[in-house]
Design a binder for this molecule. Structure first.
Ligand code: AMP
Length: 607
């Protein structure tokens, strides 16, 4: 059966899993870690790096290191969230050609799906290294509250990474799958998912026959651990300003160090009550004197700094219960997902709201990827009896006269689903109708997200009100929206022009796929070269160590001298091949070097 990987593409960390012999397992990366930082950087030499190595160099290369790209995916340039990121990020964010967002690394602009694709490609490589075979298919998770643009952009990222994303599933739903898999449960559960960038809550019914049905979901795609870090950074910046009258925000490197220290302190305070933040030589005073930052942060202060953010998550939980038409007591288990749920105050707030201790059975960093892999396996295996019924988090509708939002598919409708609506012409001889498709929960159209403009063209010329066009709005199992139109009299499918609002065009995606493939081939080649180089250098060192001894032993015979010359020659040529970075030649010389090394060892051993 074809292998399908499950990828949790997180704001802070990503994780990949696969079902092996019927059980889901997380695949560790080369360093042995089960999660990989969702960070991408371009080095001074122009090399792309991803994950832990990108994180390690973030402070010294802050301007060219991207973190939390997920907060920008599928968003429009003029959205408040993007404005916020522009103001607080240590990397440069600029406007793209579709009023979208681009990130500048070493003078080159990248779209956000391209950055996410680098992370997805890394996860694909981790899986391929582990499995020893190529992997194509994947299930990728997204926050439940992602809208169509964000989902579509995530799918584009998968495509750019060379993956066939067979399904997009919601993170809390994936967590519930991993929790309930193979346990034959019958329970109503709430999944409280507070990660690095997003907050989600989903309420599900798990039924005995492997049915997982989401009843309601809600969230905030701009509320996460990063916001708590930002509060700590503010606190540090303010304190420093009061003490030294110097604004640390002016310095990108200082800001990156602050960000690191704030996150570290926050995590430490989950285990201890007090922690020291110590950043020597953080900035210069302007009078040629280095300033140091040193402060103590205690748990209580952290809780005060983040109290309103935690409260917001509780408010969203309350709303979701109402949407699900359930009482707190109906929820039989609360599952905690996401790194932020390690914070004691958050566990306490959740326990207090739901009136029960949250379950501790699942690993908050791994459970989403595990759930994605379970869904992946189920999609390619007809025998698996598991049914997943998810919902759409936002209402889908159109803009009507007077800037109102006409809802066609309400939020929390089970997907896949579709609704049709008949449009009639409002003018004589009208040949085109423009429809603005929107997603959101406000009655005012402008407060919702514009997904696309659809212009139905080529309508028959006829008196007004006589041409009827039936438009079908569809949300598939990925939560992705599509629109079809049909002239009711002629039954002809209408042509629809879609104007991308913030997404990438097909041409852009194709060229990005090629770039990403090229990068991967380069990277694979450079990794292969590295392996053979190391092997060759080990052999060269060994041969060179034995040279004096061997020379002494065999120098008396012509045959011996000849062998020594040949050995020298092979070592020299191998060194040159390494210097030229000639993979094929290095590979070839490894053979010769290892023969020489064996011969040398033999000579020494025999005497
Ligand atoms: P995730 O998106 O699920 O990987 O969650 C990452 C977020 O969890 C980041 O904001 C981390 O700083 C935060 N986090 C990880 N470990 C802890 C911890 N022990 N205490 C508090 N927050 C944590």
């Amino acid at each position: 059966m074809e292998k399908v990987i499950g990828i949790d593409l997180g704001t802070t960390n990503s994780c990949v899993a696969i079902v092996e012999n019927g059980s889901p397992v997380v695949i560790p990366n080369r360093g042995g870690y089960k999660t990989t930082p969702s960070m991408v950087a371009v080095t001074e030499a122009g090399k792309r790096i991803v994950g832990h190595i990108a994180k390690r160099q973030a402070i010294t290369n802050a301007e060219n290191t991207v973190y939390a790209a997920k907060r920008l995916i599928g968003r429009k340039w003029n959205s408040p969230q993007v404005k916020n990121s522009v103001a607080t990020s240590s990397y440069r964010i600029v406007e793209g050609p579709h009023a979208d967002v681009r990130i500048v690394l070493r003078e080159k602009e990248y779209s956000v799906p391209e950055i996410s694709a680098m992370i997805l490609q890394e996860m694909k490589v981790i899986a391929e290294d582990y499995l020893g075979e190529p992997v194509k298919k994947a299930v990728v998770t997204v926050p439940a509250y992602f809208n169509d643009n964000q989902r579509q952009a995530t799918k584009d990222a998968g495509e750019i990474a060379g993956l066939d994303v067979i399904r997009i599933i919601n993170e809390p739903t994936a967590a519930a799958l991993a929790y309930g898999f193979g346990r034959n449960l019958e329970k109503t559960v709430a999944v409280y998912d507070f990660g690095g960038g997003t907050f989600d809550i989903s309420i599900l019914e798990i039924a005995q026959n492997g049915v997982f049905k989401v009843i309601a979901t809600a969230g905030d795609t701009f509320l996460g651990g990063e916001d708590i870090d930002a509060r700590v950074i503010d606190w540090l910046v303010q304190g420093f300003k009061t003490e030294h009258n110097v604004d640390l925000r002016q310095d990108r490197m200082a800001l990156q160090r602050l960000k690191d220290a704030a996150e570290k302190a926050k995590c430490e305070l989950s285990a201890v009550r007090e922690t020291e933040i110590n950043l020597p030589f953080i900035i210069s005073s302007g009078r040629n004197e280095a300033l140091h930052l040193q402060r103590t942060l205690d748990r209580k202060t952290l809780e005060e700094l983040s109290a309103d953010l935690v409260e917001r998550t509780v408010e969203i939980c309350k709303q979701t219960l109402e949407d699900a038409k359930l009482e707190k007591k109906d929820v039989e288990e609360v599952i905690l997902v996401g790194g932020m749920t390690r914070m004691p105050k958050i566990q306490e707030a959740v326990a207090q709201f739901f009136d029960r201790e949250p379950g501790k059975g699942v690993h908050p960093d791994e459970v989403v990827a595990l759930g994605a892999s379970i869904q992946g396996a189920a999609l390619v295996d007809d025998k698996q009896e598991m049914i997943l019924l998810d919902v759409t988090p936002h209402a889908l509708g159109i803009m009507t006269f007077g800037n109102f939002f006409e809802e066609l598919i309400p939020a929390n409708t089970t997907v896949p689903t579709h609704r049709t609506k008949v449009f009639t012409t409002s003018r004589d001889n009208q040949t085109a109708v423009k429809i603005l498709v929107m997603q959101g929960d406000s009655e005012k159209a402008e407060e919702n997200e514009l997904l696309g403009e659809f212009i139905l063209t080529g309508l028959r010329r006829a008196p007004k009100g006589t041409v009827e066009v039936e438009v079908t709005f569809e949300i598939n199992a990925d939560g992705i929206v599509s629109v079809r139109a049909k002239d009711l009299e002629t039954s002809l499918e209408q042509s629809i022009q879609v104007t991308a609002t913030s997404g990438l065009t097909r041409d852009e995606i194709s060229s990005m796929i090629q770039n990403a493939q090229g990068e991967l081939l380069d990277r694979r080649a450079s990794e292969e070269f590295e392996t053979h180089r190391q092997e060759a250098e080990k052999l060269i060192a060994e041969i060179e160590r034995l040279f004096p001894q061997v020379e002494q032993i065999v120098a008396t015979s012509d045959f011996g001298r000849d062998a020594i010359d040949k050995a020298r020659n092979i070592v020299d040529r191998a060194k040159q091949a390494i210097a030229r970075k000639d993979l094929d030649a290095v590979k070839e010389h490894v053979e010769g070097l290892s023969r020489t090394q064996r011969m040398f060892k033999g000579v020494v051993a025999r005497t």
